[in-house]
Ligand binder design. Structure first.
Ligand SMILES: [Zn+2]
Length: 204
């Protein structure tokens, strides 16, 4: 709601929010109103991108989040590193005094051209491309707003890569949705919560 009213979604009347962070969260605004379904709408992280695929933190298999969520990506990086794959990911994590592979750690590893970081981010982008495009095929929203720790940290070059990754899966590929980076940063969630609370108190 914050991005819709005050941020990147302002020019649009419908949007799909994709929050690429520890997990992959979502939000849907249709005709200017939030769509929450029966309370569990927009769980875009659990759109299935591979039947019988990787185990998701939710316990199911093949969800987009199993490939693109930072939590799942870290688990895979650890497993591959334990098996002997070379990577600077965990070295950077230690240098930066971080307890886990934060978005900043991923960004630095990509800047250092780390093979494993590239491989896992590429895999995440393929999953996001299929999952987000599938959601757009259902909703035909005007815009997709990309936020979340990884989305914001990796920024425009990776939003562009998501655009490319979506194309083969888009049904109406002649008129793809606008892909915009969230404009309100980490505070978006808090601002949106305040907007929703004020709406409840003062119905419009
Ligand atoms: Zn899942």
């Amino acid at each position: 709601m914050a991005e819709f009213h005050l941020g990147a979604g302002q020019p649009h009347s419908s949007l799909l929010g994709v929050f690429w962070g520890t997990g992959v969260g979502g939000g849907i605004v249709l005709d200017g109103k939030p769509w929450t379904g029966r309370g569990a709408a927009a769980e875009i992280g659990h759109v299935v991108v591979e039947i019988g695929g990787a185990k998701c933190p939710c316990g199911r298999r093949g969800c987009m989040e199993a490939y693109a969520g930072r939590g799942a990506m870290e688990a895979r990086a650890r497993k591959l590193a334990d098996e002997g794959r070379k990577t600077v990911l965990f070295k950077i994590m230690e240098e930066r005094n971080r307890p886990r592979l934060t978005s900043g750690v991923w960004k630095r590893a990509l800047e250092r051209d780390d093979d494993l970081a590239h491989e896992l981010i590429d895999r995440a982008l393929r999953a996001l491309g299929a999952g987000v495009a599938s959601a757009v095929n259902v909703l035909d929203a005007e815009a997709v707003v990309i936020g979340g720790g990884l989305g914001l940290k990796l920024g425009e070059p990776y939003a562009e890569r998501l655009r490319t990754a979506m194309m083969p899966h888009l049904f109406a590929s002649a008129r793809p949705p606008a892909i915009r980076l969230a404009a309100l940063g980490d505070l978006g969630g808090a601002i949106g919560a305040a907007l929703l609370a004020s709406r409840t108190l003062t119905p419009v």
